[in-house]
Design a protein around this ligand. Structure first.
Ligand code: WT7
Length: 651
């Protein structure tokens, strides 16, 4: 194992940063704890818990510590044993138009076989398993099978490059990769297994023992001696598998997300608390009527939204849900609305970027479909602007649906701020209130709560002030980074990285990230990570990346690069260089990080202490007059960049 880690870094004791570090943390009230115990008790525990929370070593929380639970059992066996085996769990719609339906019994049967197949391959509790898949039912089955045997999944979004996959497999020390030959996207079969081969070449991840390959596109794939077909492994596997309980704090999954530095963080979630948070919020925020609802969340399982609101929340709550493999425009922009009408979807959960894309395409693609089954519409991933909210409400929801704008993060595991349908009047653009059980604060630079009056408050930093069950338990292999990133900026509070303010009614408005994390189409990217990808190219001496406002994607990646004249050789013109570097970023990170624009500059604006002033570059990228340049070491730099503005390479 590359890092010599044990199966979990949870036992780490912190060296307190100051004598009273722990004393800064608030403990939840007995009422709050019994609220959470009640939510947790809606799940089936193999061994009931008697202790709700241990917060004696903050920020390392232990929820429901002496209880034992199995996440897969809660998502499957419990419903089947409760007489709901014939209920449809998954209505799958492949991009080419193929369909599959799984009842809860069928999903359980497949998951049991998959769990046995994993055991046959020597996977045991605590082992990490990477999952790199398209959006197909086998992906859900793979996650539930891994969880069932107490192994730890690390799903890597299928749009990430081979390089990104490699670093995640390596960091997690995964023993197995579950993947597919390919998936269907934008009308074509695109290869997936190829990227896995590329990621693992030259034995770059020695922890990997096998690769399980699901057949989806029937493409020709080269199988090595470590590769095994999923269908063959499942055909050989025993059909019965009894789920045993694992400690509530047993790791359930690691999910990598971008931070302010170049290296993605492996966010660790554990079993009992996470499942409590995902299921509680799923039934509360979507006003779930599990007998009649047909639910559809469009997120890919490669993101936390797919973990909590495609897999664990909905399945723990026993709903019928739609899973769609492809993109919204395949074969045309009618596709999503056809699916909603076809399956009579009643709860629909998507991202503002998608709504804005449809606004641009025009309402005709929506209007032709009978969407009268819809009753709740959710939004996630970035702030939803009031215009998009209105459009979602009127055009998609026929002015009769409740809209829930849900704020949360990979780290929070489940929704933290959202209106609760039918209990409050919703407001276009505001996520409104902390959910019952959650304590949210907004503080100023010094950590003092912002003052809220009849006019609302100033903007400040969003914090979460008490522990919650689905909180991250750590950064995989890096406890210091966990403390430093989330728990050090404001003593005793979790710092989310977002700006926020209260309005005159005390409702919360999210104002976007205040750090170097950017959001492109709801996907979280690190400017530092894109910069380090750029400087890995031999043409690039220095790079600075900013998120510039974009009408559809909210933010877009704009990169400023200084070229190494000595390395350019017979490099093409700046426009061509821009194209090459944009593809380079796609190859290094994935298409989601591809810069919209690359501007070649001869210098970057820096303070006297050498820090790049991204604020000024953002002004340039967004076409605004450049702000205050007095702190620059050389104030002519911005003028030079501005003068070049219209020569930037773009397409
Ligand atoms: C960041 C977390 C939440 C799951 C998907 C994204 C931004 C998320 C909202 C919202 C305003 C939002 C925040 C947050 N964000 N939802 N409703 N309104 N901003 O998870 O990739 O971990 O990103 O997304 O900036 O910090 P993630």
């Amino acid at each position: 194992m590359p890092f010599g880690l044990g199966p979990t870094p949870l036992t780490y004791k912190i060296a307190p940063m100051s004598d009273n570090f722990a004393a800064n943390f608030e403990s939840p009230s007995p009422e709050r704890l019994s609220f959470w115990a009640e939510q947790a008790n809606q799940l089936a525990w193999h061994k009931p818990f008697t202790k709700t929370l241990d917060w004696s070593n903050p920020p390392f929380a232990k929820w429901f510590e002496d209880g034992q639970i199995n996440a897969s059992y809660n998502c499957l066996d419990r419903h089947v044993l409760g007489g709901k085996g014939d209920k449809t769990a998954i209505l799958f719609e492949g991009e080419p138009g193929d369909t599959q339906t799984y009842t809860y019994s069928e999903l359980l049967a497949e998951t049991k076989k998959a769990a046995n197949a994993l055991l046959d391959l020597g996977i045991v509790a605590g082992d990490r398993v990477a999952i790199y898949m398209p959006m197909i039912p086998e992906t859900v089955i793979a996650m539930l099978a891994v969880a069932r045997i107490g192994a730890v999944h690390s799903v890597v979004f299928g749009g990430f490059s081979a390089d990104s996959l490699r670093s995640r497999i390596f960091d997690a020390g995964a023993k197995l990769v579950i993947t597919a030959d390919g998936g269907f996207r934008k009308g074509k079969a695109h290869p997936i297994k190829e990227a896995v081969d590329h990621a693992l070449q030259d034995n770059s991840c020695p922890s990997i023992e096998h690769i399980l390959v699901v057949q989806r596109t029937n493409s020709d794939v080269a199988l090595s001696d470590k590769d095994i077909w999923w269908h063959e492994a499942l055909a050989k596997a025993a059909p019965e598998h009894e789920a045993v309980g694992f400690d509530s704090e047993h790791p359930l999954f690691i999910l990598y997300t971008s931070g302010t530095t170049g290296k993605p963080k492996g966010i660790l979630h554990t079993t009992g608390g996470y499942l409590t948070g995902a299921s509680y919020t799923h039934r509360t925020v979507f006003d779930l009527k599990s007998e009649t609802d047909v639910y559809w969340c469009t997120a890919d399982v490669g993101w936390i939204t797919g973990h909590s609101y495609v897999v664990y929340g909905p399945l723990a709550n026993g709903v019928t849900q739609v899973i769609y493999e492809g993109t919204p425009d395949s074969p045309n922009f009618e596709r999503w609305w056809e699916i909603i009408a076809k399956y009579k979807v009643s709860i629909f959960y998507t991202a503002p970027t998608a709504i804005r894309t449809f606004m641009k395409v025009g309402r005709a693609v929506v209007d032709g479909h009978n969407l009268s089954s819809l009753r709740i519409l959710g939004s996630v991933g970035e702030p939803i602007n009031p215009e998009a909210w209105q459009w979602y409400h009127e055009v998609v929801g026929g002015s009769k649906c409740e809209i829930v704008d849900t704020w949360w993060q990979t780290e929070t595991g489940s929704i933290m701020i959202s209106p609760v349908p039918h209990t409050m009047k919703t407001k276009p653009g505001s996520a409104q209130r902390a959910l019952p059980g959650i304590t949210i604060g907004i503080v100023d630079e010094n950590g003092s709560p912002v003052i809220s009056s009849a006019e609302g408050s100033e903007a400040g930093y969003l914090t979460i002030d008490q522990p919650w069950p689905s909180m991250l338990r750590g950064v995989w292999g890096d406890p210091e980074r966990f403390i430093e990133t989330y728990w050090s900026r404001f003593p005793g509070k979790y710092f989310a990285g977002d700006g926020a303010r209260f309005d005159e009614d005390g409702d919360i408005w999210l104002l976007g990230r205040i750090d170097d994390v950017i959001k492109v189409s709801g996907h979280r990217l690190s400017t530092a990570e894109i910069e380090s990808a750029l400087v890995e190219h031999h043409w690039v001496a220095e790079a600075a990346v900013v998120g510039a406002k974009d009408e559809i994607t909210e933010q877009a990646v704009v990169a400023f690069v200084i070229l190494r004249q000595d390395e350019l050789g017979d490099a093409p013109n700046e426009e061509e260089i821009g194209k090459v570097l944009r593809s380079w970023v796609t190859e290094k990170i994935g298409a989601i990080a591809r810069p919209r624009q690359i501007m070649v500059v001869s210098e970057l604006p820096k303070t006297r202490s050498g820090k790049i002033m991204r604020r000024l570059l953002k002004d340039v990228a967004e076409g605004r007059p450049v702000g205050d340049t007095t702190t620059l070491a050389d104030s002519s730099v911005m003028k030079a960049i501005n003068d070049k503005l219209h020569n930037g390479a773009t397409d």
